[in-house]
Ligand binder design. Structure first.
Ligand code: HEC
Ligand code: HEC
Length: 424
C-alpha cells in the first residue's frame, strides 16, 4: 500500500491522537453546567447522543461526497454502494477489481462489503490458538474503522489525493465544512493533522450506524421465529453446520447463540489455496500502484513483515449479503457461490479432477479443513440457497414490500473464471 510520508506519520500518531480527541469531546460535554448536574450520570448520557449522531451524519456526508477524490468524481460509495451491500456494483468492476478516481488505475483486491465491518475486533494474537484475529481489510492490516478510513482517500488507485493539505483544501469548500467547526472546534480544518483525525472519526462513526448492520435477512427472521426456511435452505443450514459435511462454521462462525445475530466469521485468517485471478487488471498496472507488474503475488497477511509465516492467509469474511457481492474471495477469482462451494469440495482432491489452476501461494495451504468435502450436487445447491437467505432487506412475500438489495439471479452451480477445465 503506497501512501505519502505525512499520512504514514499520521497513522503512527493515530491512536494517541484519537484518545486525546475523545477525552476532549467527553470533558467538553460533562463540563456543561446544568440542572441535571446532581443526577450526573443519567442526565449526561442522553445529552451526548445528538453529538454522536451529528458525527455520524457528518461521516455520511464525507462518505458520499464525490468532490473529495483526485480527479473529482469518486466517493467511498463508488466502491461501497448501499444498493450493493456497500460493495462495488458488478458493472463497475473489471474482473473483480474497482477502478480508481482516474478510471484507469485498478487496485489489487476485490472491494468487500462494509456491512457488519464495525463488529470486527481490533487485531490481536489469540492466546489459545496462537493465530492473528480481528482487524480490517482482507489481510487484517488495519486495526479499526478509524485506522482504515484515511487510506482510500490517499491510495493512488482509489481516491488518490496527493496530500492531507490537498484534501483539506477540498473539505473547506464543502457545504458541510461548518459542521466540522461545530463538532471539533473552529480551527479543526486549519491544520491537516487535526482535520484528518476529524475525517476519520466521522467516517468511522457513520459505518457504525444501524444501516450497516440491520440484521434484516430471511435468516434473521427464521432465527427469530418469524419465518421458516424452505426445504433446500433448511438442508443447506444443516450442511453448513455439519462437521462431517460442510463444517463451514469452523471459520464462518455462528457464535454461542447458534445463529442469532451470527456474523459468519471468527475473524481469523486462512490459506485456502486459491488460484490467482489472472484476469485482474492489476497485473497490467505499474508503479506506484503495482511495482511488481505481472510478477505480483499476493501473500496476504504476510505482507506485514511481522507476520512472516502467514503467507497466503486472508481474513475470513462475513457471509452476510454474500449473494449480492459477487465475485468472491480477496482476488475475485470465483464468479459464483456455486463455484466457491465446488472449490471447497474438490480443490485439494488428489489428481485435481476438476482442473483447478495451481494455488497462488501453495505453502501452508489448509487442505485438512477445506478442499475435499464430501458434498453431493444437492448439498452444494442447498448450501448456495442457504447463503441466499443471508441477504438483508428480506421481505415477507405476503406483504409484497421489495428489499433494497440487488440480488443476482441464482447463478449456475458450475463454471467461472477460477477453473481451467470445465466440469462435466
Ligand atoms: C476504488 C475503490 C474504493 C474506494 C473509492 C474506497 N474503497 Fe474501501 N475498499 C476497497 C478495497 C479494494 C478494499 C479491500 C482492500 C484490501 O483488503 O486490501 C476496501 C476495504 C475497505 C474497508 C475494510 C472492510 C473490511 O471488512 O475489512 C473499509 C472499512 C473501507 N474500505 C472503507 C472505505 C471508506 C470509508 C472509503 C472512503 C473514504 C473507501 N473505503 C473508499 C475499495 C475502495
Ligand atoms: C478453514 C476456514 C474456512 C472454512 C472451513 C470455510 N471457509 Fe469460507 N472462507 C474462508 C476464508 C479465509 C475466506 C476468504 C479467502 C480469501 O479471500 O482469500 C473465505 C471465503 C468464503 C467465501 C467468499 C466470500 C466473499 O465475500 O468473497 C464464501 C462464499 C465462503 N467462504 C463460503 C464457505 C462455505 C459455504 C464453507 C463450507 C463449505 C466455507 N466457506 C468454509 C475460510 C473458511
Amino acid at each position: 500500500m503506497a501512501s505519502t510520508a505525512p499520512v504514514t506519520a499520521l497513522f503512527r500518531r493515530w491512536r494517541a491522537l484519537l484518545l486525546c480527541l475523545l477525552i476532549a469531546v467527553c470533558t467538553g460535554c460533562s463540563r456543561d453546567p446544568g440542572p441535571g448536574d446532581a443526577a450526573q450520570d443519567s442526565a449526561d448520557r442522553p445529552a451526548a447522543l445528538p453529538q454522536a449522531d451529528a458525527l455520524a451524519q457528518l461521516g455520511r456526508a464525507v462518505f458520499f461526497d464525490t468532490s473529495l477524490s483526485s480527479p473529482p468524481g469518486q466517493s467511498c460509495a463508488s466502491c461501497h454502494d448501499p444498493a450493493w451491500a456497500f460493495a462495488t456494483p458488478r458493472d463497475r468492476m473489471q474482473a473483480g477489481m474497482a477502478p480508481g478516481a482516474d478510471g484507469a488505475r485498478f487496485g489489487m483486491r476485490n472491494p468487500p462489503t462494509l456491512m457488519y465491518a464495525a463488529f470486527s475486533p481490533a487485531r490481536r494474537v489469540d492466546p489459545v490458538r496462537g493465530v492473528l484475529v480481528g482487524g480490517l481489510m482482507h489481510d487484517q492490516q488495519a486495526d479499526s474503522l478509524e485506522d482504515q478510513a484515511l487510506r482510500p482517500l490517499f491510495h493512488p488507485a482509489e481516491m488518490a489525493n496527493p496530500s492531507p493539505a490537498a484534501l483539506v483544501a477540498k473539505l473547506r469548500r464543502t457545504p458541510y465544512a461548518a459542521q466540522f467547526d461545530r463538532l471539533f472546534g473552529r480551527s479543526v480544518l486549519a491544520d491537516p493533522g487535526t482535520a484528518m483525525q476529524a475525517v476519520a472519526a466521522a467516517v468511522a462513526a457513520y459505518q457504525r450506524e444501524p444501516e450497516f448492520a440491520p440484521f434484516s435477512s430471511k435468516f434473521d427472521a427464521v432465527m427469530d421465529g418469524r419465518a421458516a426456511f424452505d426445504a433446500s435452505e433448511s438442508r443447506g443450514w444443516e450442511v453448513f453446520r455439519d462437521p462431517r459435511r460442510g463444517n463451514c462454521v469452523e471459520c464462518h462462525a455462528i457464535g454461542d447463540a447458534q445463529g442469532r445475530r451470527a456474523l459468519f466469521t471468527d475473524f481469523s485468517s486462512h490459506n485456502l489455496g486459491l488460484p490467482p485471478n489472472r484476469s485482474s487488471p492489476y497485473y497490467r498496472m505499474s508503479a506506484p500502484v503495482n511495482p511488481e507488474g505481472g510478477r505480483f503475488i499476493d501473500i496476504g497477511v504476510a505482507r506485514d513483515p511481522r507476520r512472516a509465516g502467514m503467507e497466503g492467509r486472508f481474513r475470513v469474511p462475513t457471509l452476510r449479503n454474500v449473494a449480492v457481492t459477487s465475485p468472491y474471495m480477496h482476488n475475485g477469482v470465483f464468479a459464483s457461490l456455486g463455484e466457491a462451494v465446488r472449490f471447497y469440495t474438490t480443490g485439494c482432491i488428489a489428481g485435481n479432477p476438476d482442473g483447478w489452476a495451481a494455488p497462488e501461494v501453495p505453502e501452508g495451504r489448509e487442505c485438512r479443513k477445506v478442499g475435499r468435502l464430501t458434498l453431493n450436487a444437492r448439498d452444494s445447491a442447498d448450501l448456495v440457497n442457504f447463503m441466499y437467505t443471508l441477504t438483508d432487506g428480506w421481505y415477507d412475500p405476503a406483504t409484497g414490500r421489495p428489499g433494497p438489495m440487488q440480488v443476482a439471479p441464482l447463478p449456475p452451480i458450475i463454471g467461472g473464471v477460477g477453473r481451467v477445465a470445465s466440469h462435466p
